[in-house]
Write a protein that binds this ligand. Structure first.
Ligand code: NAD
Length: 455
């Protein structure tokens, strides 16, 4: 069957209405949960092969993360699906108004390689919950995880309901989007490819969610708790060897605490990963040679004060701290997306904001302080973030996760995923027993009354 015919089969199934009832959706979520549990060990093996993730890291950021999302969705779904009553304004009384959450139809989910399981399966949970038929496109750069995910999906679901697509995104995604009209495209990946997706979707006015990248700043104020701050920054920045969209891209530290912070960062790095992080089971590897070559070039953009070793044969780049970076150098212009952390000091907030504003609308923003959070949170437009923490906001399914502008459009997780994959149909029901002539022409002499009712 050609790819386009496979996509048409999804549309045919969707049109039967089978995916709409609550029981059907719940059953699919339970099946999804069961297959994730069944393949737990194989998932650890695959994620280790692709990215050298430990089972503990996988549980927090990949399979455990998705299972928590499924459990929460199963618990809340019946409530989310109920029509939502709203008020009715004076001019429309005694009508009743409500909003129906309707499935979108056939949706496409495209994911990157850095959290290959989480970033494909978390939106999948929302798309199933909202009653859609789904095409999943994984990244070609995480082959072991992709092969396993394909097996899991094909063993659990009919291809006419959930279709798993692999292969070169630059080829297979245009083939789908140019020959089939999706009802929504949910894309996670780089800003450059996000623009291509947005343009293809625009041709057919297909709505999109774009979860993109960028440079997420992390500010450490003069009144931060340095010991805790260092632990939390290292934890996030060097998790998955820095290949995390919400990792602090660079640090802006108040000059009065710069030395203390650097000392503490070095201590923590040693405690977390030992003298040779290459042999730590809790330190990951770089996904491929292309990314490795891109990253090691950044070593030349400043002064290495910790780390700096690498081993191409093992896709290893040591956690590296770097100072004295030139604001015009590549490391400060491009998203780093690896285990290299530039540290820049500031004396005034204006100095720091000048640097932040060079890369508008970061996906995340982190401020470490005991008293100055408000002023910082108001000063920077960003997707989401943390005070005295980094990246953990995305693990709370009660918060919307997404960027703004250059870092994306739309959001998901928990109820926000359900809403993203639903259309909010607005309904007003007007009784026929009350039908005053004032509403109908001729209108002569009624303006005063209209002004009183509609204002
Ligand atoms: P990428 O943009 O190269 O690839 C993402 C997906 O797009 C893959 O499935 C790929 O096959 C497909 N693709 C590639 N070229 C395409 C094209 N020309 N047309 C259509 N589809 C195409 O991204 P990546 O390198 O896999 O991931 C890294 C980027 O993703 C970083 O910028 C990172 O910040 C971002 N990211 C964002 C989030 C988030 O939640 N906002 C999460 C993870 C990663």
């Amino acid at each position: 069957m050609s790819l386009v015919n496979k996509l048409s089969a999804l549309r045919d199934l969707y049109n039967t209405g089978i995916t709409r009832p609550f029981d059907y959706r719940k059953k699919q979520l339970q099946k999804l949960k069961a297959v994730i549990e069944k393949y737990e060990q194989q998932l650890y093996n695959a994620l280790h092969e692709d990215l050298k993730k430990s089972p503990e890291e996988c549980w927090v950021t990949e399979n455990g993360f998705v299972l928590a999302e499924i459990n929460n969705t199963i618990r809340q779904l019946e409530r989310w699906m109920q029509p939502e009553s709203t008020g009715t304004n004076l001019v429309n009384l005694p009508s009743k108004s409500y909003v129906i959450a309707e499935p979108l139809g056939v949706v496409l989910i495209i994911s990157p390689w850095n959290y290959p399981f989480q970033l494909l399966f978390t939106p999948l949970v929302g798309a199933i919950a909202a009653g859609n038929c789904i095409v999943m496109k994984s990244s070609e750069f995480a082959p072991a995880t992709t092969a396993l995910m394909k097996q899991m999906i094909e063993e659990t679901f009919e291809p006419g309901y959930i279709l798993f697509i692999e292969g070169d995104g630059a080829h297979v995604v245009p083939e789908m989007m140019n020959n089939f009209v999706f009802d929504h495209v949910f894309y996670t990946g780089s800003t450059a490819v996000g623009k291509i997706i947005y343009q293809m979707a625009a041709q057919q006015l297909v709505p999109v969610t774009l979860e993109l990248g960028g440079k997420s700043p992390c500010v450490v104020e003069s009144d931060a708790d340095i010991k805790v701050t260092a632990k939390r920054i290292v934890m996030t920045k060097f998790s998955n060897a820095g290949q995390m969209s919400v990792a602090p891209d660079y640090l802006l530290v108040h000059a009065s605490v710069k030395d203390a912070l650097i000392n503490e960062l070095k201590n923590v790095l040693q405690k977390f990963f030992g003298d040779d992080p290459r042999s730590s089971e809790y330190y990951g590897k770089i996904i491929n040679e292309k990314q490795f070559d891109r990253l090691v070039k950044y070593f030349a953009d400043g002064k290495i004060i910790h780390g700096g070793r690498s081993d191409k044969s093992r896709s290893y780049i040591e956690p590296t701290l770097i100072t004295d970076v030139d604001p015009g150098s590549a490391i400060m212009l491009e998203e780093i997306f690896g285990p290299i952390l530039p540290i820049i000091s500031f004396d005034t907030m204006e100095q720091a904001l000048t640097i932040i504003n060079r890369n508008k609308n970061p996906l995340a923003f982190y401020i470490f302080t005991s008293s100055k959070e408000k002023v910082w949170l108001n000063a920077v437009p960003f997707g989401g973030g943390c005070v005295n923490n980094a990246s953990w906001h995305l693990t709370n399914h009660n918060l919307p996760f997404g960027g703004r502008g250059f870092s994306g459009t739309g959001h998901y997780h928990g109820k926000y995923s359900f809403d993203t994959f639903s259309h909010k149909k607005a309904i007003m029901k007007t009784p026929t027993w009350f039908d005053p002539s004032i509403k109908y022409p001729p209108f002569k002499g009624k303006l005063k009354l209209f002004k009183w009712i509609i204002r």
